[in-house]
Structures are given as structure tokens and as C-alpha cells.
Ligand binder design. Structure first.
Ligand SMILES: CC(C)(COP(=O)(O)OP(=O)(O)OC[C@H]1O[C@@H](n2cnc3c(N)ncnc32)[C@H](O)[C@@H]1OP(=O)(O)O)[C@@H](O)C(=O)NCCC(=O)NCCS
Length: 170
């Protein structure tokens, strides 16, 4: 299933063939540091993660992670989507890209398209985002997308780390 295409990217649902990409993405030091250690250590773990995570989400109302791939080559480069998380009153934007695809504007291009899709097709109202207080790349991206924060420390009920909460007004 293809959600949308941009000038350089295709945003589609993950499928079972993405296990090798997921195994690599989830074990990137940047992913573990800024998001979480999902403890996915093998292709079999990655398959289970896909089935219980993104693939299960596709049956629901539209809050899920997508695969972002280069439109020309079909190379998967990252993930981006709108999620519904316990402890947040509205859906939130999530993303992560392989380091060799940073600093080329791909994350912005994907997030902008996912947000447009969420607004136009799903009719979503306010959209939130959470990030660690030291994740400058992520905060810079959120600023470019129009998200605002009051910079106050924020914690999820189930999480132990201090976060910043951003919101994109409806
Ligand atoms: C957060 C993350 C997605 C940001 O990626 P990114 O590539 O820096 O973000 P952007 O797509 O906005 O790219 C911006 C950079 O591309 C550059 N760029 C190059 N070509 C560009 C183009 N055609 N269009 C726009 N920007 C372009 C910009 O100048 C900017 O460079 P700068 O950071 O040196 O100022 C990435 O760091 C990441 O995956 N981190 C690990 C996971 C993570 O932290 N996720 C978020 C958890 S809250």
C-alpha cells in the first residue's frame, strides 16, 4: 500500500520483506539513544516486531509507522508515521532514518507528506511530537514543520526519561 509520493520519496506500508531493513534501523546507535532499544537482534525478531507493530497498526484507524524509500531506487531509508501513544491526548509524529540519509532533507520531505496525508485523508486535528531535550536534529526538524513547544520538561507515564512536548496546531 502506497500512502503518497513526493519529489524524491515513496511512503508505503511496511511488509514482511522489510525485516533486514528494520533489523538495521532499530540497532542504529542513534535509534537506541534517541528512541528506544527495541531488543530486535535477529531477522526473526524483526519479523515479529513488524507483525506486532506496524503491520498490526494497518488494521486500525491510520495511526502507524510507514516505510520511507527512495522513489527511484526503491531503497528503504527510514520510517515516518503518526502514532497513538498511551499518555498523550492526541496522535504524535514519529520518525527515524539511517544515518547515511541524514542532512539531505529527506526526513523533512517525508514528515511533511505524512502530516499532509494525516490532515487531508484522516482528518486529524492537533498532532503532537515528543523528543529528548538533547535531540537537536529532531527539534530542528519539528521547528521547520511548524511544531511549537513551551520547552517545559515533560514525561510519559510509562517512560523514565525527560522529554520535550511539541504540538502542531490543527
Ligand atoms: C531526526 C532525524 C530524522 C533528522 O534528520 P535530518 O536529515 O537532519 O532532517 P532533515 O530532513 O530536516 O534534513 C535537514 C538537513 O538537510 C539539509 N538538506 C540538504 N538537502 C536538502 C534539501 N533538498 N531539502 C531540505 N534540506 C536539505 C539541510 O540543510 C539540513 O542540514 P543541517 O541539519 O546541517 O542544517 C535524524 O537525525 C534521525 O533519524 N535521528 C535518529 C532517530 C531520531 O532521533 N528520531 C526522532 C526521535 S524524537
Amino acid at each position: 500500500v502506497i500512502l503518497c509520493e513526493t519529489a524524491r520519496l515513496r511512503i508505503r506500508h511496511f511488509d514482511c520483506g522489510d525485516a533486514a531493513f528494520i533489523l538495521r534501523l532499530l540497532n542504529e546507535p542513534s535509534f537506541i539513544r534517541h528512541i528506544a532499544d527495541k531488543r530486535v537482534r535477529s531477522l526473526a525478531d524483526a519479523q515479529v516486531y513488524l507483525e506486532n507493530g506496524p503491520l498490526a497498526g494497518y488494521a486500525g484507524p491510520g495511526h502507524h509507522l510507514n516505510c520511507v524509500e527512495l522513489r527511484d531506487e526503491g531503497t528503504p531509508i527510514g520510517t515516518c508515521g503518526v502514532l497513538k501513544r498511551d499518555g498523550l491526548p492526541h496522535p504524535d509524529l514519529g520518525y527515524a532514518f539511517l544515518p547515511e540519509f541524514w542532512s539531505r532533507g529527506y526526513a523533512y520531505e517525508a514528515a511533511e507528506a505524512v502530516l499532509r496525508h494525516a490532515r487531508d485523508r484522516l482528518g486529524l486535528g492537533p498532532i503532537l511530537a515528543i523528543t529528548g531535550p538533547d535531540n537537536t536534529s529532531s527539534m530542528k526538524l519539528l521547528g521547520k514543520l511548524g511544531f511549537v513547544t513551551d520547552h517545559a520538561p515533560f514525561r510519559l507515564p510509562a517512560g523514565d526519561g525527560e522529554l520535550r512536548l511539541f504540538a502542531l496546531p490543527a
